[in-house]
Write a protein that binds this ligand. Structure first.
Ligand code: 2P0
Length: 335
């Protein structure tokens, strides 16, 4: 991790309390962006080119326990992690930022995903959010969520939004030092909003989203219009959530996702995360809508499709997509 990142963490921790506990715990939900984060203006501090807005997945996410050790040791879903893997390397590098403030030469990190990895959602977002919560607990920092979201952002941009339940927005910020680029909760509970996960494949994607967004920013002529377009979608989605205007909400989220994929397909070389089945399912959703069923979709940097609908239409949506995993993001128990 760079000196700039160390300085950033140091500044955030100036307002931290100090306790030293033997273990720390953190739990965070996965999130799905409805206005996508796609493109960075600073890859060192993970500062985005556009604000983004997401819905957290309630009980689906990551649980993490952490304690100090002489050297790093990671356990993921009950299995020790090979320290030579990119996963372990990225985690260790992130933890480098916290060894001194936590007085820990190494960390034992025991982490469990409460969402099947096959859905492509057990991502870095809930992982880094849960880790930052666990560090906050271990060191007794007692930091507000807004500051924790900025620490999680250093691990993975989308992790900044996983510090919150329900809808969250991550403000791009304007400052070069990254101190105004944080996420916060949107205070609207939309109890009959549902998400359906259509898992088409659990194969690992050929190009990770980090490399994918960089390639898009650097080479896609279509990307030039993305930040302004995303800013408009962000505002429309916020208003639609406030007024629980489902049609505007769904249409805007779907168009935003499809535009993000359009920017990638014009990258050099082109980046296409869709499988033939992805296109088939997009066609089915749009056909159902033409027949009067209010169902919309969003797709992240992968081939799997996520449906957006309301509780009243659950039966029709389930009949059309029998393999669907349905998530109630505002259900009573959270991760
Ligand atoms: C999002 N994605 O808003 C967008 C939509 C993928 C497509 O955030 O480099 O893993 O760690 O900041 O957060 C995935 O990107 O990227 C992502 P880094 P991250 O959810």
């Amino acid at each position: 991790m760079s000196e700039i990142q160390h300085q950033f963490v140091k500044k955030i921790l100036t307002v931290a309390s100090h306790g030293a506990y033997e273990k720390g715990y953190g739990v965070a939900p996965s999130n799905i962006a409805l206005c996508k984060y796609w493109g960075k203006r600073d890859s060192n501090l993970n500062l985005p080119l556009n604000s983004s807005l997401s819905i957290s997945l309630g009980t689906k996410g990551t649980r993490t326990q952490i304690r100090r050790l002489p050297s790093d040791q990671f356990i993921l879903n009950g299995e020790p992690v090979d320290p030579t893997t990119p996963f372990a390397h990225r985690l260790s590098t992130f933890l480098d930022l916290f060894r001194e403030p936590c007085r820990a030469p190494g960390f034992e990190v025991i982490t469990e995903n409460t969402i099947p990895t096959a859905a492509g959602l057990a991502s870095s977002a809930s992982g880094y959010a849960a880790l930052v919560l666990a560090l906050n607990d271990l060191a007794g920092w007692d930091l507000p969520r807004q500051l924790l979201s900025m620490l999680a952002r250093l691990g993975s941009g989308s992790a900044s939004r996983s510090l919150f339940n329900g809808f969250a927005c991550w403000h791009r910020g304007e400052r070069d030092d990254g101190r105004d680029s944080f996420a916060e909760a949107i205070d609207t509970k939309w109890s009959d909003f549902r998400i359906g996960i259509l898992t088409l494949t659990d194969a690992e994607k050929p190009v990770g989203s980090r490399a994918g967004m960089q390639r898009t920013v650097e080479t896609s002529p279509r990307y030039a219009d993305w930040p302004a377009r995303a800013a408009i979608d962000f505002g429309v989605l916020k208003r639609a959530i406030k007024h629980r205007d489902f049609e505007t909400f769904g249409a805007t989220a779907e168009a935003n996702a499809l535009e993000m994929h359009a920017t990638m397909r014009e990258a050099i070389p082109p980046l296409d995360y869709f499988l033939p089945q992805t296109r088939t399912q997009i066609g089915r959703v749009q056909q159902l809508r033409a027949e009067g069923l209010p169902v919309y979709l969003t797709i992240d940097a992968g081939p799997n499709v996520k449906l957006l609908f309301q509780a009243a239409n659950t039966t029709e949506v389930e009949n059309a997509f029998p393999a669907l995993e349905i998530i109630d993001p505002f259900g009573t128990s959270h991760a």
